[in-house]
Design a protein around this ligand. Sequence first.
Ligand code: KIV
Ligand code: ZN
Length: 509
Amino acid sequence: MERIYIFDTTLRDGEQSPGASMSVEQKYEVALQLARLGVDAIEAGFPVSSPQQYNGCRLIAERVRGPIIVALARAVQKDLESACEAIAPAERPRIHTFIASSPIHMHHKLNKKPEEVIEMACRSVRYARQRVEEVEFSPEDATRSELDFLCRLIEEVIEAGARIINIPDTVGYAVPEEFGAFIGKIMAGVPNIDKAIVSVHCHNDLGLGVANSIAAIRNGARQVELTVNGIGERAGNAALEEFVMALKVRQDILPFSTGIDTRQIYNSSRMLANIIGFPIPRNKPVVGENAFAHEAGIHQDGVLKHRATYEIMTPEDVGRDAGTLVLGRHSGKHGFLKRLQELGLVLASENQEIAYQRFLELADRKKEVYDDDIFIIVRDQIGEQLDTYTMSYFNFYSGNMAVPTATVRIESGSESFEEAATGDGPVDAVFNAIDRAIGLSTKLLEYTVHAVTPGREALGEVSVTVEIDGRRFIGRGASTDIIEASARSYLNAINRCKAAAKDSGGGTP
Ligand code: KIV
Ligand code: ZN
């Protein structure tokens, strides 16, 4: 079987999904899980774009062992310098540099002639090769580029030292047969292509990311760029779990292997969803709640008689056999820590104790603590460590005959602010009280609440999007009390705004 290299870009392209940004610690946590999952390469970020991106790449390069650690850079000197520096401590560092090659991008975005683009690409690859052994090059918007020009560009960057050539379908425009043929033409049209590994990076705007990636490997590509849960720019990237399971299930016609431990898929998916707060759609292939649920009587009957009647893969294949009901308050610290370990959640010892105390509080409020609850407890612990403001107390009064009123106490360092306010409802009243305490004015753009687990006593997770000084921030918070969850999520958004103000910004590609 031919080996396919799995290049994970959850922490770079995935993190570019609106609302999916992660703290440095959270990225590190996900990177450790990606290493357990068995990916070949982790694209850790785009270092020049912000100090947080730089620090995330650096931490992952310093501490994560196993996969190649990749940093992204535009084909410009300052990006390359920052990327090279950020990943220098990695066991096996790789620079991924890119420049657009389609007429529409070269003309309207870059305002560069094709010859200038070739020149910039080669210069960047040569520079990166002086600093690291492995250099990957991407002609951005490759699928809308002119084939002859693209082949010439690829030939020259290979000559300059690129050893991985990634063909991105940047805008998710390709369809499978066409994309497969396109890869075939590149394999045939670039004389020195045998010196490089051909990679693909398929966006999912038409829902064809995985299908296009499969078409590509059937035509010679040997690296595929993917994200957990398919997160990424706009409609996202090809989903890692779908691509990998397609190869495993259809080995009869897809004779390819990967280094992925498929039993780590479910944990990886849930860990990410809980960290970024994006719920996984119930019907999402492989990892959705319903992916292995059989509703119709005929189906249930069939599965009971023989699972293969309606199941092409088993929950165990993707690590879903562990069961979701976990612990109660009598499980003890040992049981709690053991479960953390099974879920791939690693906490520093001081955080273990805090997480355990939070678990006990939760177990007091609800009888059964599920894995998803544990993910949220841990997310709060390994969370952003950016708590400029914390809420030490809140109280509200509401009812259909009362004016909703809330009081909050907000702490910031040694200072403490207490305020009360009214509102249209208890959530509005709490938000107004927080605004007063902090002396802030925000616009609430989005508010959602969902139950993390089944049952009336479930944790409610609130996600808010607020606009502060013209910028948008997403915040999340969870509690068995949804007013408390709302207040936590609102403060989380405000804390993110404060953290961003400390960060000098920068654009992502
Ligand atoms: O979609 C894209 O073109 C990218 C490149 C930076 C590879 O993400
Ligand atoms: Zn992309």
